[in-house]
Design a protein around this ligand. Structure first.
Ligand code: ATP
Length: 849
């Protein structure tokens, strides 16, 4: 038990208290992750618990993978069995793939091959429900409807209850949409993310047999990030805790930042009521940050009323003060950050000799753009989390939708996405007719489509196009389930085209089940039920195998089906014909998808596993541990740590977000988010804001107000690190300038290139903020700024972008853009100490500087 020595007394207590319920209240950086992994190792090594009777739930896939790795490292491959460490959602998918049919009534209800609908699938469903109900999206936005539906689901309210509880006509309409949405999901045999939790909860509640099986299997349950669990997750935890109550929840109420997703802070505040015999362990020693950082973060979060309260302390006394930078505008702020990071990365070693890593944290993803541009400008390699993730790209979604449809033809969203992608002559009217027939007959779209083709209910051209699409899916299905040869024979025998329509391959249930198989390791007590032998798909059935080749009649794997689809739909050919950098990048993405499918095959996964993976990947999975600079939201940064952290955009309305200002509970949540952000910093923390900020693409930046969180940091912990001064400028005084260096010659973006600068002054050196404005003025076009045409101005006063000017009040500045001509001409000037100003040229009394 050598590893126990690496724990402090409280951590040790948290690890060694293994029986009965335990709530570990762990402050930021107090070793929560360490405690959970050591606890699992302790259970296995010391208590002798079989690894596969341990279940640990984490918040992200990434955290699950890391924890798995750390546990393996500790118990050193001494056992073959592994604990189940997974996110709530992945766990639920595995349970449902196995047991969802226990919820069927008289053979009706969800089947194991259900599809998982992600946000864009949900949006399509809501859109079509709204269309059908005649509700236009000006009255209600799709996003708004979806969030109301999700809210209702997480509070276990069905459409009827939502309707009855409200007197508001808007909510009544939402209830109607919700009802159609639910019935369409059921018809498509599809579940959304909320359903994954709700159905599992329902299953564990209603089927004693299923619940007891999981209780026998998992005798020790651990929940990480407990403060962010919602009610359904809480109920699942309770059901899994069984009668043994060996449940350990680890959380920090000060880091609860997901109430907008239904997280219920009561789960942590009321744990003791639900489990009266619970032991509470507090971890208050912080190992991550210096005293100054910790004091500043604690001072901010102390302003919240709803908290249990704790006293975090650290042995890392003192440390650098929290840096503060007030930029004239957003661009300046981003360049300042890039400049600082550039200098930081160039210092050979720092005192702790830790790898150099920095994070730029912001409130919303859309803030990343300026920082990305600034990083490129400095040639700094960076990693941005939460951008357009691989599986969200259009071409990938198209192919995934094909696979979904092949796996589950009832999936109407997948059908609508693929039916005319790439174009195959199936127009909007045809699709609307299919939808109408589906509605009238209450059939899934796929069946309605079959009906139309067989009964020739449309014009011959439309019927032919639909038939082609249907055959494509049938062929791919036959490949996937090893029936392709039979299908070839069948379709060849049928001479008349009309008869071939009905030739859907008979796909035996066992084949489907085999593709649904999933792995919980040993499943007790009825594991045999899932063995290949029991499913009748054992080796003897397969003809002789040639290395590297698939035997006839053997199921095709996902990558083969993908290649078949890409080929037969002509998807890549169409992109090749486009021949643009964008279309070539899309081809690369498709190839990457085939590679991903190959990897999945090598891991022995089925199509269902592959699709589940695609549905469950999250933004945070993109975090590249090795990247030196990471740009991300504060939400995504949870659980991470960096020697250098910037929190940018500290302005009222941006952070705290304007959406929260009217509600004290929501402002408290924003404050917790600020606390999460600040406590990511190990050695240096910098908070910054811009005095002027452009919002919603408006022409002129608005003046901003400093975030209230800034004033909550005690002034003695703060240090201004070079904000350009606000006082009335004295011309010619250089001390106002913020000094930046960067090379001038190469302004091309440096995507993914490691072009770390090794020295300063390798090009023209710019030493003042005026030049930065000039740089922005000159590159306006290159970076697609919302700019106006920049014709050559006429007349003697016409100032051009980039030109230096002088104003009696604002001092020297650089022209940023020009709009209009003659009497009407307006020019926007970047003044170092006043930000951007738009002036009517005629009245502005500007002079050439
Ligand atoms: N007993 C200990 N001795 C030395 N270092 C420790 C100890 N416990 C934890 N640490 C270190 O402290 C840092 C924070 O630990 P960890 O990431 O587990 O914290 P956490 O509680 O999960 O943080 P947060 O909730 O803020 O994300 C890590 O670098 C970890 O290695």
């Amino acid at each position: 038990m050598q590893f126990l020595e690496k724990l402090n007394p409280q951590q040790r207590e948290a690890v060694e208290t293994v029986h009965g319920p335990v709530l570990i209240l762990a402050g930021a950086g107090s070793g929560k992750t360490r405690v959970i992994t050591y606890r699992i190792a302790y259970l296995i090594e010391k208590v002798g618990v079989s690894p596969d009777s341990i279940l640990a739930m984490t918040f992200t896939n990434k955290a699950a993978a890391e924890m798995q790795e750390r546990v393996e490292h500790l118990v050193g491959g001494r056992t073959l069995a592994k604990p189940v460490i997974s996110t709530f959602h992945s766990f639920c998918v595995r349970v449902l793939r196995r047991d969802i049919e226990a919820l069927q009534i008289n053979g009706k209800g969800y089947r194991k091959d259900f599809a998982i609908y992600d946000e864009s699938d949900q949006q399509s469903l809501v859109k079509s429900a709204m269309k059908r109900l005649g509700i236009d999206d000006k009255q209600l936005t799709v996003r708004n409807v979806l969030s109301r539906i999700s809210h209702a689901k997480n509070h276990l309210l069905d459409p009827q209850e939502v309707y009855l509880q409200s007197g508001d006509p808007k909510v009544e309409r939402i209830a109607q949409i919700y009802k159609v949405y639910e019935s369409e999901l059921a018809k498509a045999n599809a579940l959304d993310f909320d359903d994954l939790l709700l159905m599992t909860n329902k299953l564990l509640k209603t089927s004693t047999e299923v619940r007891e099986r999981y209780n026998r299997r998992f005798q020790y349950v651990l929940i990480d990030e407990y403060q962010d669990t919602n009610r359904p997750q809480y109920e699942i935890m309770r059901a899994l805790a069984g009668t043994l109550h060996n449940v350990c929840a680890v959380g920090d109420e000060d880091q609860s930042i997901y109430s907008w997703r239904g997280a219920d802070i009561r789960n942590i505040l009321e744990f003791e009521q639900d489990f009266p015999e619970a032991k509470i362990v507090r971890l208050e020693q912080n190992y991550r940050s210096t005293q100054n950082i910790l004091e500043a973060a604690s001072a901010v979060v102390k302003n919240n009323l709803k908290r249990k309260g704790k006293n975090l302390w650290t042995e890392r006394m003192g440390g650098a003060k929290v840096g503060y930078y007030e930029a004239p505008d957003g661009e300046n702020e981003s360049l300042f950050v890039a400049d600082y990071i550039n200098k930081y990365l160039m210092i050979a070693h720092d005192e702790d000799d830790e790898p150099k890593r920095a994070a730029v944290l912001y409130r919303t993803n859309s803030q990343s753009r300026l920082f990305e541009e600034a990083m490129r400008r400095y040639g700094i390699k960076y990693n941005v989390v939460g951008g357009f993730s691989f599986y969200e790209r259009a071409e990938i979604k198209d192919m995934i939708s094909y696979l979904k449809l092949i796996q589950n033809p009832s999936d109407s969203v997948a059908l609508l996405r693929t039916i005319n992608t790439p174009t195959r002559g199936i127009g909007k009217t045809t699709v609307e007719q299919i939808e109408r027939i589906a509605l009238e007959t209450n059939l899934p779209l796929w069946d309605a489509l079959g009906h139309i083709v067989e009964q020739r209910l449309m014009q011959p051209r439309a019927c032919a196009a639909l038939k082609g699409f249907r055959e494509l899916i049938q062929d791919a299905r036959a490949m996937l389930y090893g029936k392709f040869e039979e299908r070839l024979v069948e379709t060849a025998q049928v001479s008349k085209p009309e008869e071939s329509d009905a030739a859907e391959p008979e796909i035996a249930d066992e084949d489907l089940q085999d593709n649904m198989a999933f792995d919980f390791g040993e499943l007790e007590p009825d594991a045999e039920e899932f063995s290949p032998e029991a499913l009748g798909t054992a080796e003897e059935a397969a003809p002789e195998k040639v290395e590297g080749f698939r035997s006839p009649g053997e199921n095709a794997n996902v990558s083969e089906v993908l290649k078949f689809l890409i080929d037969r739909t002509g998807y890549i050919k169409q992109l090749e014909a486009e021949d643009t950098p964008e279309s070539l990048a899309r081809i690369e993405n498709l190839r990457e998808l085939v590679n991903a499918a190959m990897d999945s095959r090598d891991r022995g996964e089925t199509i269902a596993d592959f699709l589940d993976h695609a549905a469950l990947v999250a933004d945070t999975d993109d975090i590249e541990a090795g990247a030196q600079v990471t740009l991300m939201t504060m939400h995504a940064a949870k659980g991470l740590e960096f020697p250098l952290v910037f929190i940018v955009g500290m302005e009222e309305g941006l952070f705290p977000s304007s959406r929260t200002l009217m509600n004290p509970d929501e402002v408290e949540e924003e404050r917790r988010l600020c606390y999460v952000g600040m406590t990511r910093a190990m050695r240096i923390l910098v908070l910054s804001r811009a005095r002027y900020r452009r919002r919603y693409g408006t022409d002129m930046p608005d003046a901003s107000t400093a975030s209230r969180f800034l004033s909550e940091v005690p002034p003695q912990l703060f240090e201004d690190i070079g904000s350009p001064q606000k006082k009335t400028p004295v011309f010619g005084d250089d001390s106002y300038s913020t000094h930046y260096d960067y090379e001038n010659e190469d302004q091309r973006p440096q995507y993914g290139r490691t072009k770390q600068k090794t020295s300063y002054g390798g090009g023209s050196t710019y030493n003042s903020i005026d030049n930065i404005a000039e740089f922005f003025a000159s590159r306006g076009k290159k970076f697609n700024r919302p700019s106006v045409p920049m014709e050559e101005p006429h007349g003697k006063r016409g100032f051009r972008p980039g030109q230096k000017v002088k104003h009696p009040k604002y001092g020297e500045g650089t022209v940023y853009q020009r709009e209009g001509e003659g009497e009407e001409a307006k020019i926007t000037v970047q003044f170092p100490r006043f930000g951007l100003k738009k002036l009517v040229e005629k009245f502005a009394q500007l002079e050439k500087a």
